[in-house]
Ligand binder design. Structure first.
Ligand code: NAD
Length: 255
């Protein structure tokens, strides 16, 4: 049976780690040719090797890097069908608006929002050349609901990704390019596990908001990216695709 992404070429940013890495695996399992783009060379090369793909070092905040990244991808594999614009950061110095300095604000905006602008600006022309394709931009559940423990620049950047994706989805709908925003809930990462092993009460305070009572596994987000990247989602564009274990549907009161 052919894979769900058979014959497609996908460029995944931030594919050296976490959700991006897991998605590179799933895409490759389903027949895609994968370009692993990241700044972290060692894990990036490993990830590319694991999936039989191409590693491209690129800083997604830099227009020259982004142009070169798609140029190399297209030259190597003969074209591009899928953009998964996934690279993002949430550093500790981005917190309450009262404490977050402009340097941290700008850094987060650049990596999380400017990068998506650049990747769409320089990536979509490659998709148009093929007669269409799918763009999946990673936003977050915080693009649709507020968090009391604020990461103000992160939240604003993801709101920007969501709004930009919607508008691009509308703009390119008749040219065969679909653009959707993937909005994950909190994911079970090594950092999170360490934090919660140390402080079970803190874990419980957060888990009470999740109807499923657990965080997502990276592969569960990767499977959603796979659906949006593949032709199975052919009637979806400009959507807010929440994969959050019911978090945004919950009304929780303190105990
Ligand atoms: P991660 O830290 O595991 O991986 C992010 C990758 O992006 C890293 O490999 C890093 O090297 C790369 N990267 C960072 N800055 C870059 C740059 N300037 N240029 C190129 N690559 C760069 O993160 P993750 O948890 O897998 O998150 C992936 C995406 O999902 C992010 O956009 C994040 O905001 C979003 N997200 C994550 C969660 C979660 O709970 N983990 C929840 C919602 C949304």
């Amino acid at each position: 049976m052919p894979g769900r992404l058979e014959g497609k070429v996908a460029v995944i940013t931030g594919a050296a780690s976490g959700i991006g890495r897991e998605t590179a695996r799933r895409f490759a399992e389903e027949g895609a040719k994968v370009v692993v783009a990241d700044l972290a060379d060692e894990p990036g090369k490993q990830a590319a090797e694991e999936v039989g793909g191409l590693y491209v070092r690129a800083n997604v905040t830099d227009p020259d890097d982004v142009r070169r990244m798609y140029g190399e991808a297209s030259e190597h594999f003969g074209g591009i069908d899928v953009l998964f614009n996934n690279a993002g950061i949430s550093p500790p110095d981005d917190g309450s608006i009262l404490e977050t300095e402009m340097e941290a604000w700008d850094r987060v905006q650049n990596v999380n929002l400017r990068s998506v602008y650049l990747c769409c600006k320089h990536g979509i022309p490659h998709l148009l050349e093929r007669g269409g394709g799918s763009v999946v931009n990673t936003a977050s559940f915080v693009a649709v609901m507020g968090a009391a423990t604020s990461q103000i620049s992160y939240t604003a950047s993801k709101g920007g990704v969501l709004a930009m994706s919607r508008e691009l989805g509308v703009q390119f709908a008749r040219q065969g390019v679909r653009v959707n925003a993937l909005c994950p809930g909190p994911v079970n990462t090594p950092l999170l596990q360490e934090l919660f092993a140390k402080d079970p009460e803190r874990a419980a305070r957060r888990l009470v908001h999740l109807p499923m009572g657990r965080f997502a596994e990276a592969v569960e987000i990767a499977n959603a990216a796979l659906f949006l990247a593949s032709d199975e989602s052919s009637y979806m564009t400009a959507s807010t695709f929440l994969v959050d274990g019911g978090l945004s549907g919950a009304y929780v009161t303190p105990e």
